[in-house]
Design a protein. Sequence first.
Length: 239
Amino acid sequence: MASNYTNIILAVPHAVGDPLDCDWREDAKVAASARRWTDWHTDKLFSVKDGRIVVVKGRLSRFDCDDERLEHEDDRLCRYALEGGIDPNGIGAKQWNARLAEWFWYRAELMSAAARGEHPLIIDCHSFPSDLAPDVDICIGFNEDGSKPSEETLAVVTGAFEAAGYKVACNNPYSNAIAPIGYRGHSLMIEVNKRCYLDADEVNVGEGFVKLHNTLAKLYRELLGVDEAIKMLKGEIEQ
């Protein structure tokens, strides 16, 4: 049987588009990269109003601080500098430390939100450019450790999207899911093909946004056990 989680934490690390130190639109190379790699509107796409669901959104562009990177990965800070051909050493200690503080803040917020329930689930919320995996609409990612949800839960997640007509793949084109050090719950990544909710420019909201948003909201209810509780009250499930 799938797990009924007490609370869900929506981790949204890459929804902010503008780097701190300039208008990315002024640099053609960085502008193209930002358009491609920012997870546009994922904060709105994944969010719902429910007291058991908390959104933790990264406050900086991934070009300033990539909240998803591991501590040993060199490009977790100042990716903008690398993308724009700027020498990272030219960024002062104060700016560097401010970015580093954001990286730690993001993880602390996830842990604080997770602590609000006994059986939490982190959903790592992303989108990917359509050309990366043309045959995949939804990518489900997970770790092969204690944070991995049960096979029954993974089947519920996969089934929710397939029932809505989406093509689903596991750990393709991306794998794993964020699970901060010390976290004791389950973690799951949902990567959405940008064509499923954005216009052809893959920046502005498109016609598929509402359908996908509603599919996610229904999935959350299933993961929290709400749909099963309703069926139980209606006598649709044998006791």
